[in-house]
Design a protein around this ligand. Sequence first.
Ligand SMILES: [Zn+2]
Ligand SMILES: [Zn+2]
Length: 75
Amino acid sequence: MACETFEENASRYFVCLRGVSPAKPKPCAYCGKPSTRLCDGPKGNGTCDRPMCDECTKRVGDTDYCHKHQQQSLF
Ligand SMILES: [Zn+2]
Ligand SMILES: [Zn+2]
């Protein structure tokens, strides 16, 4: 958390920026917004891990799919 201290009129203020994570999330692979989830579709020996925002992901149960794996999961 990023906190700054201000002193004014013999009073001390702490200002903390909330909701700011030190590591910026990767941009969504589709719209460029900060990603909030990764594709859980299979890729090689691991998962696809394509970064996506809430609006671009397809959530099935506890699993998130990118557009490519979303199509595969429908068939
Ligand atoms: Zn998006
Ligand atoms: Zn995927």
